[in-house]
Design a protein around this ligand. Structure first.
Ligand SMILES: [Zn+2]
Length: 266
């Protein structure tokens, strides 16, 4: 078995995953086949329910990201890979940017189109000033192939913006095998600063920066209701606590969804 990032063959054990001793990428070994991966996505809109419930939080987050992107690149066109419910597309449009979305989920694409957004299950045959992929790279069984495609989708001087859960962050250390990002069967790779830089360099990007992303301001109640999804055996206690907190509208002081934000230039 070879590392999906650097092709090395030596790994150390990290819970039920393997960490490449050369490039530090934590990954599922052996990587599931394309069919097994596709099966993770054979689901209805229901898996977007927690996302839709926290739409205001995601909107606030993406509005901030659009401001940052405008400062970085002042784009006139943007492609959002993994556009989900199209919140970033709406915020891009609002900021005067011509925005296109791509998503593996047909339901997501239908949802976006109904809102008058431009979205497709296939990549458009044109180039963009900015390509974004929020919480996508950890789903890719061929991350280098994915990033090389992103590179081709960019105009010269164009900018890529990625986010992914931080495997070297404090929450991974505190939660160990219970870390939230490990709980998604569709997450097949786990990233840190060094492996992300290596990925972008290998795919042709320059001017690479990796930094801690600003957190999404989830209410504290959401932490408990989401935890009940991750730990169903504790739902009987987590859900009532979540309901009590929801009535009190307390903003979450802790954020186990800590992400890294990566920027690279073509
Ligand atoms: Zn490697």
């Amino acid at each position: 078995m070879r590392c999906v990032l650097c092709k090395a063959t030596h790994f150390s054990v990290v819970h039920r995953f393997r960490k490449c001793t050369r490039c530090n990428l934590v990954q599922v070994v052996p990587m599931p086949g394309a069919e097994a991966i596709a099966a993770f996505y054979r689901e209805d809109l229901k898996h977007f329910d927690p996302y839709i419930a926290q739409r205001a939080v995601h909107r606030a987050y993406f509005r901030k990201k659009m401001q940052e992107i405008k400062k970085l690149a002042s784009p006139s066109t943007l492609l959002d890979i993994g556009c989900a419910m199209g919140i970033l597309l709406e915020e891009a449009k609002r900021a005067g940017v011509n925005a296109f979305g791509v998503d593996i989920s047909r339901d997501a694409v239908t949802f976006c189109r109904r809102k008058g957004l431009t979205a497709s299950q296939t990549y458009p045959k044109r180039r963009f000033d900015v390509v974004t992929a929020f919480e996508v790279i950890e789903h890719e069984r061929d991350p280098v192939g994915f990033m090389r495609r992103v590179y081709k989708l960019l105009n010269k001087g164009g900018v890529v913006v990625l986010t992914t859960p931080d495997h070297s962050g404090i929450w991974q250390k505190l939660m160990g095998r219970h870390w939230v990002s490990y709980q998604h069967p569709e997450h097949v790779t786990f990233w840190e600063n060094e492996s992300l830089r290596y990925l972008l360099t290998k795919s042709g990007f320059s001017n690479i920066t990796v930094r801690r992303d600003s957190p999404r301001p989830f209410p504290l109640s959401f932490l408990f209701t989401r935890a009940a999804d991750y730990f169903p055996w504790a739902a009987w206690i987590l859900k009532p606590i979540g309901r009590v907190l929801a009535r009190r509208r307390i903003v979450n002081p802790i954020n186990p969804w800590d992400d890294l934000l990566v920027v690279g230039k073509k």
